[in-house]
Every structure is written in structure tokens, then in C-alpha cells.
Design a protein around this ligand. Structure first.
Ligand SMILES: [Zn+2]
Ligand SMILES: [Zn+2]
Length: 206
């Protein structure tokens, strides 16, 4: 498995392209914007996009989804709890202007512990409600793509619609902190961290 981190869209959200070096099958996680940049990387590396995976439905994570969907025809995958956000109801108050297509819909609803395969590379979906009802993290080998659930020394906001502080703490403690300490965590914003480091220093997880 290989991955590429990109800073995408007006919020410079972290998007990731995860791919299998043998089959060149790829998953694009949170294509938040900058469609051309994403496609350049996919094409230069001869990657075949098999999945578009959204860690949650917030507007700052989905800006390039309509164009990427059109270009790759890959299924848009999101947890059922956030699928409604793709229709635009929440996007309007989350973003200033129309960088998101109206009327997008999920092609596939993800569930907890579901496995998506890229060749022999396995992506495991972990449902981590709290930041939103349908937030997920994606575990692959010793890497975790954490969306807006766990950040370096912080956690995702819970003051948006359907956010829950209790749920996010519970999700992190009962699901993410069970991963090995050397698991590299790639959040939706800011820099990387590890599970072990967050166990020791994250003020929200004491
Ligand atoms: Zn968010
Ligand atoms: Zn975000």
C-alpha cells in the first residue's frame, strides 16, 4: 500500500489517495477540492480510482466529489448517517459559495468494520460517530485516516448539527485507541500524529 497526502480546497483540507502498487487500484479519501491536482496525480501514476470515500459529509471535505465522480465513475462511499449531507442541505450553511454540486448522492453506504479492497490492500471502515453521526475513520495496515475525529493534540468539533461530545470521546477511546501505538494517524486537518502520542498527550482523552 502507498498513499499520497494533498492539501485541497479553500480550507486546505487533507485529502489522501491510497493505492495498491500491484494493481494500481486507488481510493480517494476526502477529495475536498483542487480536482485538477487530484487527477494529475492519479493519471501520472496510472491509478484506477475504485472508490471515492468520504470520512463525513461536511462541505470542506467534498468539494471535488462531483467532478471526480464524473471523471472516474467510481462509487461515492459514505456512512449512511451522513449521506443526507450530500444533497446540499447542510452544505449551504457550511460553505460560502457553490464549490459543491447540488443533488449528489451516495452510491454506497459504508458500515462499521466493512472491508474495501484495492488489490490485496484492505481498507477497514471504523464508524466513529461524534463529529457527525456518520463520521468514519479508515484503517489500512499501520495507517489510520481519521477525518475530523482525531487530530494532533485535539479532537473534532462537536458543535455542528448532530455532533456529540460524548459520542466522539467514546468513539476515540473504544475504537481508535485500541489500535497499535505506532499507528500513524492522518487527520482531515493539520499534521500527522500517532495513536501512542495521542494516548499520552491529548488533553481531551485523559
Ligand atoms: Zn468536519
Ligand atoms: Zn473538516
Amino acid at each position: 500500500m502507498k498513499y499520497k497526502k494533498m492539501h485541497l480546497g479553500i480550507y486546505q483540507t487533507n485529502g489522501y489517495i491510497v493505492y495498491d502498487e500491484t494493481t494500481f487500484e486507488a481510493a480517494v479519501i476526502d477529495p475536498a477540492g483542487d480536482f485538477e491536482e487530484l487527477v494529475r496525480f492519479l493519471d501520472e501514476n496510472k491509478l484506477k480510482t475504485k472508490y471515492i470515500i468520504l470520512t463525513h459529509g461536511h462541505g470542506d471535505h467534498i468539494g471535488a466529489v462531483p467532478k471526480l465522480k464524473k471523471y472516474t465513475d467510481a462509487p461515492i462511499c459514505i456512512h449512511e448517517g451522513d449521506a443526507y449531507m450530500l444533497n446540499g442541505s447542510m452544505i449551504k450553511n457550511f460553505l460560502t459559495s457553490g464549490i459543491v454540486g447540488i443533488g449528489m448522492h451516495a452510491d454506497k453506504h459504508l458500515s462499521d468494520n466493512e472491508i474495501l479492497e484495492l488489490g490485496s490492500t484492505k481498507l477497514r471502515i471504523i464508524h466513529t460517530p461524534g463529529h457527525t453521526k456518520g463520521s468514519i475513520c479508515i484503517s489500512c495496515e499501520d495507517q489510520l485516516f481519521a477525518g475530523d475525529t482525531l487530530f494532533a493534540a485535539s479532537i473534532g468539533r462537536t458543535d455542528f448539527e448532530y455532533g456529540s461530545y460524548e459520542d466522539i470521546i467514546n468513539s476515540i477511546k473504544t475504537k481508535l485507541l485500541l489500535l497499535p501505538d505506532d499507528t500513524m494517524v492522518h487527520p482531515g486537518h493539520g499534521s500527522e500524529t500517532t495513536i501512542g502520542l495521542e494516548k499520552r498527550r491529548n488533553p481531551f482523552l485523559r
